[in-house]
Design a protein around this ligand. Structure first.
Ligand code: SAH
Length: 340
């Protein structure tokens, strides 16, 4: 059955109007779900009995099952089971500025990035809006703390599940929903150009991150098959439009893979590629996985790469490492579970 957590406030207003009821009930319902956090329709005491019956008939209010939790210092990884028995993961990171959660957007992923564990399993299906949203609600309930930051960087390609993603953003950002500020939300894409363009018209000021991982098409084609469909030039053109329309800054993620994209020449080429762009580069030490052959660059190489970007006046940071001990990189927990 259709989950009640799939609906934006406006859609619920429409539902009440269509059921000969008043639109303001939608707001009451929203408050029950996202303020009081009730888990059954019967608890919604200010909504009429007949309306409750109709809600029960039309929507489910089921949550997800948490089937595994692994904790390592300031990182906690959750494995969820969905209604159809599929598994997805979310990772909680505790920062000094608040709790941040990395949510999944699909079961499996079709992008096939060679270094990524998630891509070993083809996309089975998109997550519905409620399956993304409940990752947050359920972790908040377990923690008894608020999640202040959300990154859509878990399993899946969010721009390959665009409509459900947009509704997810609308609900979590809504002041009567989870009220997570748009500037505290980030979506990461491998570079689906038409969706980058569409996203540049989306009114919320959500941060955009691009998984670049290579300074040229030759290297990117080897590690990211999607580059053959949307090569770097097209991504850069789309980003120019995005930057003009939104007046925001874009982030490039760049995993450093030993002997593949971590040379000094690559650092120079990358500097050249992004210079004059309102962006910053997040260098990511690769999280090695048993199933794939890639290796992380050594620390000296990482620092040299960083220095070259700095010297070329590029805004750059090295991602603080989280969760190596609990296989927190994309897709690793689910693969472990399925090997068991
Ligand atoms: N499909 C989206 C979001 C999911 S991947 C995207 O491509 O951006 C989220 C980020 O984690 C991407 O930058 C991805 O390249 C990176 N990633 C995947 N496997 C990794 C690993 N083993 N170590 C470090 N980063 C990894």
């Amino acid at each position: 059955m259709n989950s009640i957590y799939n609906y934006t406030l406006e859609e619920l207003e429409q539902y009440f109007l269509e059921h000969d009821s008043k639109k303001f009930h939608a707001l009451q319902l929203f408050l029950w779900l996202y303020d009081k956090r009730v888990e059954s329709f019967d608890e919604m005491s200010n909504i009429k009995k007949e309306m409750i019956e109709s809600l029960k008939k039309d929507f489910s209010i089921e949550r997800l099952k948490i089937v595994d939790v692994q904790e390592d210092k300031d990182v906690c990884k959750y494995l969820f089971e969905l209604a159809d028995g599929e598994h997805i993961e979310a990772v909680l990171m505790r920062h000094d500025y608040g709790n941040s959660i990395c949510v999944s957007s699909q079961v499996g992923c079709n992008m096939g990035c060679k270094f990524c564990e998630s891509g070993r399993r083809k996309r089975v299906r998109n997550l519905e809006t409620h399956e993304m949203l409940l990752q947050i609600l359920m972790i908040e309930k377990l923690l008894r703390e608020r999640i202040s930051h959300v990154v859509v960087m878990g399993i899946g390609e969010p721009f390959d599940n665009y409509d459900n993603l947009i509704k997810f953003f609308q609900i979590i950002n809504h002041p009567k929903g989870l009220a997570i500020g748009a500037r505290h939300i980030t979506v990461s894409t491998c570079g689906i150009v038409p969706k980058i363009l569409e996203f540049s018209d989306f009114p919320l000021q959500i941060n955009l991150a691009i998984s670049l991982h290579a300074p040229n098409n030759e290297i990117r084609n080897q590690i990211m098959p999607i580059n053959k469909v949307y090569p770097i030039g097209q991504i850069m053109e789309a980003l120019k439009i995005y930057l003009i329309k939104t007046n925001r800054r874009v982030t490039f993620e760049y995993i450093l893979l030993k002997d593949i994209n971590d040379s000094e020449a690559c650092a120079l080429e990358l500097s050249e590629l992004v210079k004059d762009m309102n962006c910053y580069i997040n260098l990511i030490p690769y999280n090695e996985t048993n199933n794939l052959d890639f290796q992380r660059s050594n620390t000296i190489q990482i620092m040299t790469f960083y220095d070259i970007l700095k010297r070329n006046s590029i805004n750059v940071t090295i991602r603080r490492e989280f969760g190596g001990n609990i296989s927190a990189a994309c897709g690793q927990l689910r693969s472990k579970k399925e090997e068991l």
